[in-house]
Design a protein around this ligand. Structure first.
Ligand SMILES: N[C@@H](CCC(=O)N[C@@H](CS)C(=O)NCC(=O)O)C(=O)O
Length: 222
């Protein structure tokens, strides 16, 4: 049985969403980011990214991580794509062309969307979006997201999902990058097809249940 390590408030949501969509057998092992814990070395602290037992699995000290037999895997995109290939079915790419397109959307997500979208998230949740610095960060992030969002929006004007007619791992991977920008409603106004796609993906019963669990996870721990 594969073992997935992570917290719900992390990129571990990517593989976890897929595993649940595929109804694939797995063990979920909660590992909280050490920076969310007041004293991560305390005996009472939850299992965390600075725990020696976790560093043996991912020496980077980051979640998610996956153990699949002898395979130790980090990087949320690699983990999620591995799980799609391993378990197969309608959520996985079928054939070389879909495989390549899945990589295309996943790489677009991590190379062009994730960083500016995270800047928006951090400004809204840990900064001050109304401050001059917050405004400047958001303006730069919006500018950086114009081209990738236009590309995704144009594709989704002609297709329900990234690979065409069915929801797949490609949608999970890109949606989980795009959603980091979700607090910036004004940004999404110019991209109605992208917005429709993101809303539809996030309305899937598997995701709504997962999101409720995620929101119930405390932000910080003693
Ligand atoms: N590129 C990595 C990033 C992993 C990452 O930054 N994980 C965060 C949570 S989303 C983490 O574990 N942070 C703890 C730390 O960096 O100390 C991936 O996609 O898996």
């Amino acid at each position: 049985m594969v073992q997935l390590y992570g917290s719900l408030r992390s990129r571990a949501l990517r593989p976890l969403w897929l595993l649940r969509e595929m109804q694939a057998p797995h063990t979920w092992i909660p590992v909280i980011q050490a920076y969310r814990i007041a004293d991560p070395s305390s005996a009472l602290a939850p299992h965390n990214t600075a725990s020696a037992s976790f560093l043996a699995i991912n020496p980077m000290g980051q979640v998610p991580a996956l153990v699949d037999g002898d395979l130790l895997l980090s990087e949320s995109m690699a983990i999620t794509l591995h799980l799609a290939r391993k378990f197969g079915g309608p959520r996985a790419p079928a054939g070389a062309a879909e495989d390549a397109l899945t990589l295309q959307w996943a790489f677009l997500g991590v190379s062009a969307v994730e960083k500016p979208a995270l800047d928006i998230l951090m400004t809204h949740h840990q900064g001050d979006p109304a401050s001059p610095q917050g405004q400047a960060t958001i303006a730069a992030a919006r500018a950086a997201l114009q081209r990738p969002f236009a590309r995704i929006d144009a594709h989704l004007r002609a297709h329900d999902w990234l690979l065409g007619a069915r929801f797949t791992v490609a949608d999970i991977l890109l949606a989980e990058c795009v959603r980091f920008a979700i607090d910036d409603a004004a940004l999404f106004k110019a991209f109605p097809a992208l917005t429709r796609w993101l809303t539809t993906a996030r309305a899937r019963p598997v995701f709504t249940a997962l999101w409720d669990e995620r929101n119930a996870e405390p932000l910080s721990f003693p």
